[in-house]
Design a protein around this ligand. Structure first.
Ligand code: SF4
Length: 256
């Protein structure tokens, strides 16, 4: 099978040099680790890679790739390289993710430090509030932040990221808790209002009996601990029966 998915038309001599490719492969690996010829791929002008199944234990789906090349007007090919490559079914390690992108909420232990990069786009100098847009609210916010003595404050990008994350998360309107809630946080007496731009979408839950106590919740989130929740009559506890006064006490026994 000749596969010419990329590069020019496969060179006929190089494409037919299966035996030469296998011989080069067997010079490097044990015969028991080489399977059938799977095909050839044109890599460039007069350059072809022959693929052989890998029978090595633990390498299911991997292929041996032997690249052969033919010089102009030459009748023979030469071996360029022999490598083991992962095929479509190969078990390979997941893509590497930088450490800073792997840290998730809850990963920090007491004493751990997680420095923020100097050019982290989620932060901006306190004086600029993160954007060049001259907006009265932004300027007021920036002034406020400077007054607090913080050298950096949340940038607009950082604020948008946080808002999106919160809204899409367990404290947003799509969570199972919110979907089954009788009403929203926006109408709940336990909601503490925020100041600033995020206040239009979020508040903080202050119900010690609720799952989201102390967390930012979207105004259209909700839960069964909403301040105005009333149990339906069928869910209310059965009324207690009338008390029964027992007159037959020890005093009465002694008087007999
Ligand atoms: S108790 Fe429930 S409805 Fe009320 S603010 Fe907290 S999460 Fe929202």
């Amino acid at each position: 099978m000749i596969t010419a998915a990329r590069g020019p038309k496969p060179d006929a001599v190089a494409a037919s040099a299966v035996d030469a490719a296998r011989e080069a492969l067997l010079a490097l690996v044990a015969a028991g680790e080489v399977g059938e010829h799977l095909g050839a791929v044109a890599e460039g002008e007069r350059v072809v890679s022959h693929h052989f199944a890998c029978a090595k234990k633990g390498y299911r789906g991997w292929v041996w790739a032997v690249t052969v090349a033919r010089a102009s007007r030459a009748k023979q090919v030469t071996i360029d390289e022999v490598v083991l490559l992962p095929g479509d079914d190969a078990i390979v390690a997941p893509a590497w993710v930088p450490y800073k992108d792997r840290v998730a909420p809850g990963d920090l232990s007491p004493g751990d430090l997680l420095p923020v990069e100097a050019d982290d786009p989620r932060l901006a100098p306190g004086q600029s509030a993160g954007d060049e847009v001259v907006d009265r609210d932004v300027v007021r916010e920036a002034t406020f932040e400077v007054g607090l003595g913080r050298s950096r404050v949340l940038s607009l990008e950082g604020r948008d990221q946080a808002a999106q994350r919160w809204y899409d998360g367990d404290q947003g309107p799509e969570s199972a808790l919110a979907q089954a809630a009788p009403d929203t946080c926006g109408t709940c007496g336990f909601l503490v209002r925020l100041a600033g731009p995020l206040s239009t979408l979020f508040g903080v839950c202050a119900n010690g009996n609720a799952n989201d106590d102390g967390r930012a919740v979207s105004l259209d989130h909700g839960c069964g601990a909403h301040s105005e929740v009333q149990l339906a009559k069928r869910h209310q506890p059965e009324p207690m029966p009338e008390p029964i006064v027992d007159h037959f006490s020890d005093d009465h026994v002694e008087s007999f």
